[in-house]
Design a protein around this ligand. Structure first.
Ligand code: UT7
Length: 332
């Protein structure tokens, strides 16, 4: 748990997003697997998702980054640090941050990727806070970019209806204490690793004919188990980080939760006693985009005028690992 007594704060000065043009609807999915528009809508809240044609993580990430930098009035060459949260990098290595650095012309930036699944964007903001707030860098570009369609088993109806592609980015700079980032809570539990996993392709199970035949290069998920844990953890995360900042649930102006399932979001909102106006939802348009979900949602909430100066905004994310993270931002 960070607090501004140890490092200075950071604030977000630019936001950007990039969604592929192609829309895959629930009706399209009806033609691909044994499912129905009604089942998907009722059980998940998802109506459609965006899927790339040929783009990859760095392409969407670069586009979102350039938009964020433009809004921040910071030139690519002046970016000092690029952190990319992704579980679908362009390549195992180099990092996707390297490709984004090259594509946007941020030749003076340090570059790294963060692997924290759906909580990746919040984890990346945490790193940016410690490094920019700690005085190591003057600014950072924080990106969440995912091509989940590349690891989705389009024959598995229990998972393929959930995921989509997209990217969001923000630029952070130092801020005065008690403004911008007020608090953060990050956690995880590797005991639950098997609940949401891409089994093959790493050093444990390198790619081979058998791993391909067994479809082990696709997301495997025990949705039901995850659902229960997600609600409990996301509620705990939001409560812990608000308490750390000396705030109450009622002080919260906008909760931006990870968009995994509308029923999860509604259950979390109910337990936190929040009204619909206090919770941002865009899952119906994009599905679950892992680390890109909170990044895109933050950008979209801002673009829609849902975030005003002085507002208390909480990002709340949970995903494969298991990992989780929450942060409180006082918008400046
Ligand atoms: O982003 C990281 C975190 N991710 C999550 O937290 C995801 C959490 N989990 C979920 O969102 C939900 O568990 C799912 C949306 C994945 C599934 O919803 P559910 O209400 O938990 O359904 P279920 O897995 O219990 O399945 C209920 C039934 C099953 O049939 P039977 O066994 O009751 O006959 C499934 O076979 O629904 C069936 N089913 C489907 N039917 C139509 C599963 N997928 C589908 C489908 N279309 N696409």
């Amino acid at each position: 748990m960070y607090s501004h007594s140890k490092v200075d704060s950071i604030k977000i000065v630019g936001l950007g997003k990039c969604l592929p043009k192609r829309i895959l609807t629930n009706l399209d999915l009806e033609k691909m697997v044994d499912t129905s528009e009604d089942w998907i809508t009722t059980r998940t809240g998802i109506k459609e998702r965006r899927i790339v044609d040929k783009e990859y993580a760095s392409i969407l990430g670069s586009d979102a980054s350039l938009k964020a930098l433009k809004r921040a009035s910071i030139k690519p060459k002046d970016v000092e640090l690029i952190i990319v949260a992704t579980i679908t990098p362009d390549t195992q290595f180099p990092s996707t941050a390297c490709y984004i650095q090259k594509d946007i012309g941020a030749k003076n930036a340090a570059v790294l990727d963060v692997s924290a699944a759906c909580a990746g964007f919040v984890y990346a903001l945490g790193l940016a806070w410690s490094l920019v707030g700690g005085g190591f860098y003057k600014n950072a570009l924080v990106v969440g970019s995912e091509i989940l369609s590349s690891i989705t088993d389009w024959k598995d109806r229990s998972t393929c209806i959930l995921f989509g592609d997209g990217a969001g980015a923000c630029v952070v700079v130092p801020a005065k204490p008690s403004s911008g980032m007020l608090g953060m809570y990050l956690g995880g539990d590797g005991n639950f690793a098997d609940l949401l996993i891409l089994p093959a392709g790493g050093s444990r199970l390198p790619a081979a004919n058998q791993t391909v035949k067994k479809r082990l290069h696709y997301i495997k998920m025990q949705g039901n188990e995850l659902f229960k844990i997600a609600v409990r953890i996301m509620v705990e995360c939001a409560q812990k980080v608000l308490k750390k900042c000396g705030l109450k649930n009622s002080d919260l102006d906008l909760l931006i939760p990870h968009q995994a399932n509308l029923r999860i979001i509604n259950a979390v909102a109910k337990r936190l006693n929040l009204t619909q106006e206090q919770v941002f939802v865009n899952i119906h348009k994009y599905g679950n985009m892992s680390s890109a979900s909170t990044a895109v949602a933050l950008c979209e909430a801002y673009e829609q005028g849902r975030i005003k100066k002085g507002d208390i905004v909480v990002l709340d994310a949970f995903g494969g690992g298991l990992v989780w993270g929450s942060c409180v931002i006082k918008w400046t």
